[in-house]
Design a protein around this ligand. Structure first.
Ligand SMILES: Nc1ncnc2c1ncn2[C@@H]1O[C@H](COP(=O)(O)OP(=O)(O)OP(=O)(O)O)[C@@H](O)[C@H]1O
Ligand SMILES: [Mg+2]
Length: 254
């Protein structure tokens, strides 16, 4: 059996003159929680979008669950995308739709469930993320932490093989962060899903991740187990973890 769920080889992507990914090599194993760290503007979101097939790389190869996706047509890419659940950087709920409409929004397009069955499925999924009785609420009626959980429910409703979290804990208080962390761990254990997490909150990230990659200057300059991070001698990684302004990473370098 193929051990890797995601595998990138020498992936490059530029926007005009600006080269963002300069040859990314990366492996995410099946069932692991993988943390991607890097400075603001390093290209983490660009990398996630490339993995999702939302952005095409200029060169290099990407394998998802053993299948090369780099040359696939749009229609085939959309099928692959069903393997992914997405939790975007800012929850990205639709303000004009209720919670149950939000959670079922993408799922609806891929199933023939009746409205009643769908509603039941939404209630079950909300229960998985620790929410109940809010099906008919609108996003503005919820706290930031609850909105994050609704976004997670929307991501897991169609049993994805991989879940991608881009900044799942930004903008919520420490207790809410802790709840989201427990939820990510719990979902991971219960659904044995492969998770990729991007966060600036290293403490949180290290709590959930099995392995970590550090994106700097368009390349992965460190890939290893979470516990290796604490013992690292890599001066750039040390500087990043310590948040020091002085060190080998230049002010403008991302
Ligand atoms: N569609 C696009 N067109 C042009 N440039 C883009 C596009 N998307 C991203 N970029 C550029 O790529 C670089 C990396 O952006 P990206 O959003 O991936 O950073 P990030 O690591 O996710 O940062 P943050 O931690 O702040 O979310 C930025 O300089 C950004 O301006
Ligand atoms: Mg980003």
């Amino acid at each position: 059996m193929n051990k890797e769920m995601i595998k990138l080889n020498d992936v490059k992507r530029s926007f005009g003159e600006k080269s963002v990914l300069k040859g990314v090599k990366l492996k995410v194993n099946k069932g692991e929680t993988f943390l991607l760290i890097g400075r603001s503007g390093a290209g983490k979101t660009v990398l996630l979008k490339t993995i999702l097939g939302l952005l095409r790389p200029d060169s290099g190869t990407i394998f998802i669950d053993g299948q090369e996706i780099t040359q696939l047509t749009k229609a085939k890419l959309e099928k692959i995308r069903l393997k992914f659940g997405l939790v975007f950087q800012n929850s990205a709920l639709f303000d004009f739709l209720t919670v149950w409409e939000n959670v079922s929004f993408f799922f609806k397009q891929h199933t023939k469930m009746s409205r009643r069955e769908m509603r039941k499925k939404v209630t079950q999924t909300l229960a998985l993320v620790g929410l109940s009785g809010i099906e008919d609420a609108y996003p503005y009626e919820l706290s930031g932490g609850m909105r994050k959980r609704v976004a997670i429910a929307r991501a897991i409703i169609y049993d994805p093989k991989i879940i991608i979290y881009d900044e799942p804990t930004t903008g919520i208080d420490p207790i809410a962060v802790d709840k989201i962390v427990s939820l990510i761990k719990d979902l991971h254990n219960r659904l044995s899903i492969t998770s990729v997490v991007v966060t600036h909150d290293l403490e949180t990230g290290l709590k959930i991740a099995d392995r970590i990659a550090f994106l700097l200057g368009g390349e992965i300059i460190f890939e290893g187990k979470s516990q290796d991070v604490k013992n690292t001698t890599d001066k750039r990684l040390l500087q990043f973890i310590q948040g020091a302004s002085g060190g080998p990473i230049k002010e403008m370098e991302v």
